[in-house]
Design a protein around this ligand. Structure first.
Ligand code: AMP
Length: 379
């Protein structure tokens, strides 16, 4: 089924043709017509499935013709759990929005940076992409009104309902008009998501995409059994031996992320850490450098394992395992996207061995484990 049969305008079709978007992804085939018809949608779809364009394209269409005449009343609200995802989603709105004859203004607002520029920028905004806390601050200062929302999108809803956002979310829901379109996207169908689906959605189109398992087959996974204190030397050895040029390393804590990045730098490997304790500017700059290929190693906590799309990322290394098997799948899902196969390596200490078994069982795949004992890590 081509994009041209989904009801999109010729301007958007032209923009799509200029990209490598030759065919709509399965989720797009289903959700684009439904969103254009103002239906509610429940999409169980992980990052990488193409869900963002799936809602961005039809929402741009639906917003045309009602451009912000109503002062500080936005018509589309997209709620996301992290600042990085807010920026990423806004960029997709900007990218495709720029192809339209009419100007549609999309803005991202999030905490951790000064609120004033966001207040000013809200004037004339049609589509607002927001993290919940900052959105409420802006509402309280009368910088934005939510009573005219036509469509609410919850992206990565499972994460949002998990992260202690619930109270903020309830306050936001209370500010929205009763009659509106709701689009809910979540990587997994947890109890929280089922619950919110029941209160929020009206006769939704339900679509479930499971590329994670397909995706996992695209990823070659390998593990090294290594004592905790040898993880640093092994990491450096692997990066040097295999001449890895773009590596995302995951750690389980902020402290560890900083520490690993420091050690890499001391050993002549260009690395920066990214986590919740870093200033927003530093996070954005690190991610941009990494995405553009000018930074060799990004050391991250699970802050960025979800939602962030990095094209053609060939290598992910779990320096430490995440607590949940789901997070493991999200982490390694940063590689092996679309048609580019990737490699995921996990460094497993004796303490993590049992947990790694649990993860493999959950994933339904067994990973080859190499004992690093006889490896000469100085070599
Ligand atoms: P998402 O799941 O929204 O994070 O999208 C994953 C990636 O797929 C992004 O890099 C998109 O640019 C890309 N993408 C989305 N839809 C298509 C499509 N129909 N054809 C090719 N690439 C796509």
């Amino acid at each position: 089924m081509p994009f041209s049969s989904l009801g999109l305008s010729s301007a958007l079709l032209k923009a799509l043709a200029g990209e490598d978007y030759t065919q709509p992804y399965p989720i797009q085939q289903e959700v684009i017509p439904a969103i254009l018809n103002k239906k509610d949608v429940l999409g169980i779809a992980p990052t990488g499935s193409g869900k963002t364009a799936g809602y961005v394209l039809p929402l741009l269409m639906n917003t045309q013709g009602k451009a912000a005449s109503r002062n500080r009343h936005v018509s589309v609200l997209v709620l996301v759990p992290t600042r990085e995802l807010a920026v990423q989603v806004r960029d997709v709105f900007h990218h495709f929005g720029s192809a339209l004859p009419e100007r549609i203004k999309a803005l991202a607002v999030f905490g951790g940076v000064s609120i004033n520029p966001q207040m000013m920028a809200l004037q004339g905004t049609d589509i607002l992409v927001a993290t919940p806390g900052r959105l409420l601050e802006l509402v309280e200062s009368n910088a934005v009104h939510l009573s005219g929302i036509d469509t609410l999108v919850l992206d990565e809803a499972d994460k949002m309902l998990n992260l202690g956002f619930r109270e903020e979310m309830n306050r936001i829901f209370a500010l929205l008009p009763q009659k509106r379109q709701n689009l809910l996207f979540s990587a997994t169908l947890s109890d929280d998501v089922t619950h919110i689906n029941q209160i929020l959605l009206h006769d939704p189109l339900v679509i479930k995409i499971e590329p994670e398992s397909e995706n996992i087959d695209l990823i070659s996974q390998l593990a090294y059994f290594v004592p905790e204190e040898k993880k640093g030397p092994l990491l450096r050895y692997l990066i040097k031996r295999d001449d890895l040029q773009q590596v995302l390393v995951f750690t389980s804590s902020v402290y560890s992320a900083d520490n690993v990045a420091d050690k890499l730098r001391k050993n002549g490997i260009d690395a920066i850490s990214i986590h919740s304790k870093k200033r927003q500017e530093a996070r954005t700059s690190a991610l941009n450098k990494f995405k553009s290929g000018s930074l060799r190693v990004l050391v991250a906590t699970d802050l960025i394992s979800r939602g962030i799309d990095i094209k053609f990322l060939p290598h992910v290394i779990n320096y430490e395992l995440p607590r949940s098997p789901k997070d493991y799948i999200h982490r390694i899902g940063r590689t092996g996207r679309a048609d580019s196969p990737g490699e995921a390596i996990s460094l497993i200490s004796p303490d993590e061995q049992h947990h790694f078994k649990v993860i493999q069982k959950k994933m339904g795949k067994w990973v080859t484990m190499i004992d690093s004992e006889n490896m000469d890590l100085r070599g």
